[in-house]
Design a protein around this ligand. Sequence first.
Ligand code: FAD
Length: 356
Amino acid sequence: MIRSGRFSDKKILLIDREPKTKNDRTWCFWEAGDSFFESIVYRKWPRVDFLSDTYQATLTISPYEYKMIRGADFYQYCFQEISRHPQIEIIYAEIGGCSTDEKSTTLVLNQAQFQLPPAVVFNAVYRPGTSRLNVLQHFKGWVIETEQPVFDPGKASLMDFRVHQQEGTTFAYVLPFDAHKALVEYTLFTPQLLASEQYDQELKNYIRDFLKITQYTVKEEEFGIIPMTDEKFPIQQNGVIHIGTAGGQTKASSGYTFQFIQKQSDRILELLLKGESLSHLKPTPWRFRFYDNTLLYILYHKTLPGRKIFSTLFKKNKATQVLKFLDNESTLREELGIISSLPTWPFLKAALMQLR
Ligand SMILES: Cc1cc2nc3c(=O)[nH]c(=O)nc-3n(C[C@H](O)[C@H](O)[C@H](O)COP(=O)(O)OP(=O)(O)OC[C@H]3O[C@@H](n4cnc5c(N)ncnc54)[C@H](O)[C@@H]3O)c2cc1C
């Protein structure tokens, strides 16, 4: 939060409920070339597997690479950079709310209200709003280690839909660190969570039945929930600019967020450096939200199995085109090509429901 005065000599407050030290998440994303975080990319793969009962392929994704950043490395890298800027003050407190206008900024921290001078305020605390469609992307992952060299570090798996689909859209994936170590995740796109022991059981089954591994040690685990929703995310509310998931940067149909956050951050920085108003920030283009909500409708109402949709997407289109589309970077012409490869009626019906 920037308090007052010109940008270069302002005091910045960074408020979080807790220090970011744990390796609480692993970010994966695809990228063509290198970017700001290249030095902390933990592993990257030039090829990814897509697996289902109807389509199996190793996809070459050049010019993209599929990359992984570990949460702990990301936090260390960012806080090291932050520590070089004495104008940034870090405060650990529970944020109850915030608002700002041309007269003052109000902050509720640990249930106490603070009045500060007017400021530019960015908020990354997500508080769910109104929506019609709510799917959760929930997953549990284990980093496993084996005595025998069983993984191919030259490729990752993006989605393995060969697992049962009893709860709804479900897939697993494997991100090998080397021949002996990999992160194995079990993921669902459903409105309800599983009981905690179910994730463990499904991971065990997947490792035994599909990876054919019987001897291994679980070194680390992660659990996550990413909201996939048709909620309309206002960029600005009570003078506060929402960023990250709170700012609508989670793609509703895939849960991928990391790269959208980087793009939003680049845009914010560009405006600040040019001295332009942050009111120029734009929401996700309407047509991409429309596509996302259409797919979300299908996943939510289970009018088509997610396994069939993703298998068709990757079978009938070039993987790079699909990744570009999922990045919201495709042209309308490319999108029409991709949409026409999908089953017409369920998508048409779901699309019409979005226009109501
Ligand atoms: C386990 C996991 C794995 C993920 N993997 C991927 C991935 O592979 N690829 C991808 O693209 N996306 C992934 N995501 C989705 C998304 O990229 C992450 O959730 C990302 O961290 C979102 O960034 P953010 O800044 O919006 O929120 P966060 O990173 O969650 O930051 C919000 C911050 O606000 C703090 N906070 C929250 N509430 C309060 C409060 N009331 N008071 C004070 N502080 C508060 C939190 O401590 C946190 O530091 C993953 C998410 C999870 C949970």
